[in-house]
Design a protein around this ligand. Structure first.
Ligand code: SF4
Length: 313
């Protein structure tokens, strides 16, 4: 199977019949939705909409091989990305806001979602990269069972905004091989103001700890392709709104200095960011270098490629 991708953890659960139990556990959360830290408590199975505005079916905006992700996910043949519509965050600066906030996308059945996964595998992608999966975990699990029955074997990447509930992540233990959460903020007041969420730092940190407990540090195959583990993203915001020092210190002290971390420099104003004085510009080179330097000082040894170079040279 070399070159065809790592055999995913979920295959064992499928063969033992335990994947069905996970599906039932996840679906039961939709009746009075407590899938994510919003705890809306509405019955999505009856079509009620909570803060993520997503009904009983998943909604997908697009899918396809993607080459803009981190190198260990992209490899030579791309990361098999599925963009889920809607989100449990409300980021004023979201760069995918037409998908995450304005609802662009189509409802899909579990068979259709399974077909997307299989199509990405057939196109040679190295993984199935689930973008904004938090509010559609049950729907993903149902589709996964169908897809595995037709030969899916690629690892799943859980690519979230990091506002995830430990109880829901527990359902994914042994299902997801690669967790790729954001760590967006260190300050809960700023998180509330910019993303409309409560308690982001504590919820996010508990989630990242649980993800790391499940899959450990990122491991790569001989070709540098991600097999299993944790990969953290941190987007540097202007005026230190992301609280980089708190994030990188947490990772260094409470996760592992060997955590694969992407300190991202691509912030640009989008959506409602133009109305926010602190967010209405790109970050400066000095702001980025300071963020990368903080990560080095926190003892982090696996910073995503270019950024390490930026500080060393
Ligand atoms: S998944 Fe959606 S409906 Fe459920 S608690 Fe989260 S935001 Fe609310």
């Amino acid at each position: 199977m070399a070159g065809e991708g790592h055999l995913a953890a979920y295959l064992d659960l499928y063969r033992s019949g335990k994947l069905k139990e996970r599906i039932e556990a996840a679906k039961s959360l939709l009746q009075s939705c407590h899938l994510c830290p919003r705890h809306c408590g509405i019955n999505r199975l009856e079509g009620k909409l909570g803060q993520c505005r997503t009904p009983a079916e998943a909604v997908v905006s697009s899918y396809g091989p993607h080459f803009g992700e981190e190198a260990p996910l992209v490899g030579r043949r791309g990361s098999g990305t599925i963009f889920f519509t809607n989100c449990n965050l409300r980021c004023l600066f979201c760069q995918n806001y037409s998908i995450s906030q304005l609802g662009q996308g189509e409802k899909v059945s579990k068979e259709e979602l399974a077909g997307m996964m299989l199509s990405l595998q057939n196109q040679g992608c190295h993984n199935i990269n689930l973008v904004s999966p938090t509010h559609v975990v049950p729907q993903i699990l149902e589709a996964l069972e169908v897809a595995v029955g037709s030969g899916l074997h690629l690892p799943l990447v859980y690519n979230s905004g990091g506002y995830d509930l430990v109880q829901t992540l527990n359902i994914l233990d042994g299902v997801v091989d690669i967790y790729m959460p954001d760590m967006k903020y260190s300050d809960e007041r700023i998180a509330r103001e910019l993303s409309g969420i409560e308690n982001y730092p504590s919820v996010n940190r508990a989630a990242v700890k649980e993800m790391h407990r499940q899959v450990g540090n990122l491991t790569l195959d001989e070709e540098g392709i991600a097999q299993r583990g944790l990969l953290v993203r941190h987007l540097v915001l202007p005026n230190n709104l992301a609280g980089t020092e708190g994030v990188v210190n947490f990772i260094g002290e409470e996760i592992s200095p060997s955590t694969y971390v992407n300190i991202m420099d691509q912030y640009h104003p989008c959506y409602k960011a133009y109305d926010m004085p602190g967010l209405a510009r790109r970050i400066s080179a000095a702001e980025f270098l300071e963020a990368a330097e903080l990560a080095h000082r926190a003892g982090l040894t696996r910073l995503d490629g270019a950024h390490t170079m930026a500080v060393k040279h």
